[in-house]
Write a protein that binds this ligand. Structure first.
Ligand code: SAH
Ligand code: SF4
Length: 426
């Protein structure tokens, strides 16, 4: 018993995930010589017959699996391999390699993909638990001076109706979020300062004092002193995706941003004490499995508190209108690999994922995600914040969105968090 309790094997999480995803019953055993003795786990029901599948984790510890519905024979080798990897990696703090990431990104083998999701689900259970954090997003302005090739808010897009919400409207929307029980609001906009920084700072103070909400900002690239003002006013977190680690691709896609300047800002944000989030889109033209693997490893290098990724969705009013965009499976692989690499970062099941597939966000909750960001922008503005076409929940009202999200979380067997959901990094 002593030898087993010393192991850092997250047996309960492995067993729960196996049962939920594959109907496999797992038992932890102690190995002494030839003897495999039961330590803990579920017992096989009396009327069920299944052949025991033995996995030796190390000298003294093993796991026995029972494939109760006998429907996993094609993937059982991958499952065994995954369990050994999970156990050994968490034990020795061993990282997933770039080659392995590329292999998962490129594989078309469904059994292998399913076991990747299982692995990510175990890591999610162990490091962030069953709570799902809800962050209400307020898209308060769609003005933008930048011209990112992929984005519908780019300055050259003359087809969209530009708007900015008044400061009072933003506050009242945050108030609505608080009434619904949300603990965080995210204020997002295009990159154009539609209000002086002091006004935004006053708004932040008021939301913090009167509504007691955590505040995340996503306003793009600002000057150091502006970030400092926002942080001093009480903003807790900042989201800014770096979009890609490939310099050339970055330059092509974001013609008026500078690669080093964007990364420098992520370090500034961390230095200023913001809980910092970043991420990428998957499916951009010019991306490669190598560059995506570098992006995923960059999440680790930056030691991010939050990582939000989603599929690229081509927008007909942009230069990338004729490209393919990201697929559901690639976007889910990205969620899973991000969880495996970052361990305890907060990872949303993004709206873009929900846009390319009606089940996208639910699926993401099963392969690593632990955050949902419902759109709480007032209806009259929502349709104009068109980063990409077909965005979900454009016509729903906020209370309906709330019901739908509650149902989604409960169906996934999870719970809505009642705390702020701050960073889990030390
Ligand atoms: N202006 C800020 C925040 C708003 S844009 C910024 O650029 O940081 C928020 C995110 O929307 C971007 O980081 C980008 O990854 C995503 N986005 C833009 N266009 C998109 C598209 N066509 N498909 C999917 N995501 C898109
Ligand atoms: Fe502007 Fe952000 Fe869209 Fe780029 S991604 S055009 S900075 S809103």
């Amino acid at each position: 018993m002593e030898t087993i309790t010393k192991q850092k094997i997250p047996f309960k999480h492995i067993a729960d995930s196996l049962q939920e995803n594959f109907d496999i019953i797992a038992q932890l055993v102690e190995i002494t010589g030839q003897r495999w003795s039961f330590v803990c786990g579920r017992k096989l029901p009396e009327n069920v017959f299944a052949v025991p599948i033995r996995i030796r984790i190390n000298k003294h510890t093993g796991i026995i699996l029972y494939d109760t519905k006998a429907n996993n024979s094609s993937k059982i080798d991958y499952i065994k391999e995954s369990i050994i990897k999970i156990a050994n990696r968490l034990d020795n703090n061993q990282q997933i390699s770039k080659e392995e990431i590329i292999e998962f990104l490129t594989t078309k083998d469904n059994d292998k993909i399913e076991t990747l999701f299982f692995w990510a689900d175990v890591v999610r259970r162990k490091y962030v638990g069953d709570d799902v954090h809800i962050r209400g997003i307020i898209e308060f302005s769609n003005y933008c001076f930048k011209n990112c090739l992929y984005c519908g808010l780019r300055r050259d897009n003359k087809k969209i109706h530009r708007y900015k919400m008044s400061i009072d409207e933003i506050f009242n929307t945050a108030k609505k979020a608080a009434t619904l029980g949300y603990k965080t609001v995210v204020l997002q906009s295009g990159e154009a300062m539609v209000y002086p920084i002091k006004k935004i700072a006053e708004l932040i103070k008021k939301i913090k004092q009167e509504l007691n909400l955590a505040i995340t900002l996503s306003l793009g690239e600002l000057e150091y002193k502006d970030y400092e003002i926002l942080q001093k006013a009480g903003a807790d977190r900042y989201l800014m995706r770096f979009e890609t680690t490939d310099r050339e691709l970055f330059k092509r896609l974001k013609p008026d941003s500078d690669y080093d300047a964007r990364f420098k800002r992520l370090y500034w944000l961390k230095e200023l004490g913001f809980q910092t989030g970043s991420g990428i889109m998957i499916g951009l033209p010019g991306q490669t499995p190598e560059s995506i693997a570098d992006d995923i490893l960059m999440f680790k290098k930056l030691d991010l508190d939050m990582v939000g990724n989603g599929p690229f969705i081509p927008n007909p009013d942009t230069p990338l209108k004729d490209t393919n965009g990201g697929t559901l499976i690639d976007a889910l692989k990205l969620v899973a690999l991000t969880r495996i690499v970052t361990l305890n970062a907060h990872i949303p099941a993004t709206t873009a994922l929900g846009t390319i597939s009606s089940q996208g966000r639910q699926k993401a909750l099963h392969c690593g995600a632990n955050v949902i960001m419902p759109n709480i922008t007032p209806r009259e503005y929502r349709r104009h914040y068109m980063l990409y076409p077909g965005k979900i929940c454009v016509d729903e009202n906020t209370s309906d969105c709330n019901k739908c999200i509650n149902a989604m979380v409960l169906c996934a067997g999870r719970e809505i968090s009642t705390n702020f959901g701050h960073s889990l990094k030390k």
